[in-house]
Ligand binder design. Structure first.
Ligand SMILES: [Zn+2]
Length: 97
């Protein structure tokens, strides 16, 4: 008997990350937007060291809420189609996004 499949949709995790450069810090990170409201950001070491806001936050334990300038750059890249929205690519129309 076939059961409904409870697994999360892993297609979102399989999508490649795309490079985005922070317009303020000029640091490049890897970004994947699963939906318009969900963004994964992979920081590289040199980007972490070069990010103006990250340096300014001066947190010793490595916690960093995120660079607001970078967030704006990511949003802009998404609007311009430079970063793809995975759910759009998959054409998910079941309202989960
Ligand atoms: Zn930054």
């Amino acid at each position: 008997m076939a059961k409904p499949n409870p697994r999360p949709d892993v297609r979102l995790d399989d999508a490649p990350m795309e490079p985005v450069t922070c317009e303020t810090c000029q640091q490049q990170v890897e970004v994947r937007k699963s939906t318009w409201d969900q963004t994964s950001i992979q920081w590289h070491r040199d980007a972490m060291e070069g990010c103006v806001e990250r340096r300014a936050s001066n947190l010793e334990d490595g916690r960093f809420p995120g660079c607001s300038a970078l967030r704006d750059s990511v949003r802009k890249a998404a609007v311009l189609g430079q970063v793809h929205i995975v759910s759009d690519l998959l054409d998910l129309k079941d309202g989960r996004a």
